[in-house]
Structures are given as C-alpha cells and as structure tokens.
Ligand binder design. Structure first.
Ligand code: CTP
Ligand code: MG
Length: 230
C-alpha cells in the first residue's frame, strides 16, 4: 500500500502577523491554529503526519497533537531558518511514497481537496492545489509599469498541499543543495527548476487561504463563526 505523509509546516515565526504568539499557536475560536490542519489530515486517508516545528517548540506540538487525538503523528522534527530548509527536514524524515507539504497557517484545508491531491499525485508525481485567479493579474517592473497581462484563465494562485513523489522532491533538493537559487518560494518551483519535471495544478477551494496578516486572522474567525451559524 502506498504511504502518504502530510508534512505540516510550523517552523515559521509569523513576522507579518505582528502578534506576541507565533501564528501557528494562536487561539482560533478555541483551538490552536495548527490543530485545524492536523485534524483534517487525521480524518483523511493520509497514512502518516510529520510536524516541522521551530527548534524548542517540539513538545508543544506533541502536546497539541495529543490533545486533538492525532494518532497518525510519526515525528515532530526541527525546522530551519527558511521554509525551504524546513520542508527538507520534513521530507528526509518521511517514509518512501508520497509527501503532501502543507502550511499549518492554512486551517481550512478540506478532506475532499486532500483526497483529490492524493489521487492526482499518483498519476502526475507532482501536483499543487490552487485556485484560478478571479482577478486580472498584471505583471509590472519594479516601478509599477505594466509589462504584461497574462490570460486570467491560466493564472493560478498556489496553495498547499504541494504533493510529490518523495524521490522526485529529494532529487530537486539534491540539485538545490549543489547550486542554491534564492528565488525559490515554494516546493513546486524547486521541482520545476531542478528536475525539469512538469508540475500539475489542481483546482482547490478559495477558503484554503493562508493566515498571514492580522486581517486574515479576522477572516478566519469570521469564517468559523459563519460555519457555526452565528
Ligand atoms: N515555515 C516553516 N519554516 C520556516 C518558515 C515558514 O516551517 N523557516 C512555515 C510556517 O510556519 C507556515 C508556512 O511555512 O506555516 C508558510 O509560511 P508563512 O506564511 O510565510 O509563515 P511565517 O514564515 O511564519 O510568517 P512570516 O513570513 O510572516 O514571518
Ligand atoms: Mg514566511
């Protein structure tokens, strides 16, 4: 049977949130923010969960997993200074099979999207959940002069999970370690740049937004309130 490991990233420091607490641990309607994605993966068909935590936060993450009944947790591993290093730490700790790399800062990942990622990665080896842009997107130079207006239907907003055959993302990391480029902001660009493999976008759900700034946290609270009917 194939193994599917959700790598839940919680190694960041949440600078843009400007809060005392790191955002992954902020209280979102009674639960720490990270608990929402852990619970989604627990309920889904993924077989294993690994949390990547900031060094020193490992016990806290273990405690949260215990409180919320996360039986699939296999390890809590330390992250690094950049997201790319944190992902690597999770990937090398994963069993052979497929990895689903997920930002703990996206509490609204839904089980249907997780399952569509799992089916698609078995076919395409590298897939990213996202949504087609509803807005027209303008590419500009550094001064704001418009350079291009790409066809909106081909413009995607990338989310997570970003899912790969473990061997493929390991090969991408081998290339990155030999010749690191600083322009990497997500896992898919690593695979695109260092392996030349095609990465396929699959349609997700606009609610799977990333809690990045205080306004996103307000939206997350409002959404949970709306789901609970008040
Ligand atoms: N992340 C990580 N290790 C890092 C940086 C980020 O595991 N060195 C994780 C974060 O915990 C988050 C996800 O990657 O769940 C997406 O990153 P982002 O939203 O940028 O979170 P932060 O880096 O914590 O926030 P900021 O950039 O505002 O400091
Ligand atoms: Mg960041």
């Amino acid at each position: 049977m194939n193994r599917f490991t959700a790598i839940v990233l919680a190694g960041g420091s949440g600078q843009r949130m400007k809060a005392k607490e790191k955002k992954q641990f902020m209280d979102l309607c009674g639960k720490p923010l990270i608990a929402y994605s852990l619970m989604a993966f627990e309920k889904s068909n993924v077989t294993d969960i690994i949390i990547v935590a900031s060094p020193g936060d490992e016990d806290r993450c273990m405690g949260i997993a215990k409180t919320y009944g996360i039986t699939k947790l296999r390890a809590v591993v330390p992250g690094g200074d950049t997201r790319t290093i944190s992902v690597y730490s999770g990937v090398i700790s994963s069993p052979e099979g497929y990895v689903l790399i997920h930002d703990s800062a996206r509490p609204f990942i839904d089980i249907d999207s997780i399952h569509r990622c799992m089916s698609a990665v078995m076919v395409y080896e590298a897939v990213v959940l996202g949504t087609v842009s509803k807005d027209t997107v303008k590419l500009s130079d550094d001064r704001g002069n418009i350079l291009d207006t790409p066809n909106r239907e081909n413009v995607w907003i990338a989310q997570t999970p970003q899912c790969f055959n473990k061997n493929l993302i390991m090969a991408a990391y081998d290339g990155y370690r030999k010749a690191p480029k600083s322009s990497i902001t997500d896992d898919a660009s690593l695979v695109e740049l260092y392996t030349g493999e095609k990465v396929r976008m699959i349609a997700g759900n606009a609610l799977n937004f990333k809690v990045t700034e205080p306004v996103d946290f307000l939206m997350a609270q409002a959404l949970i309130g709306a789901k609970q009917g008040h």
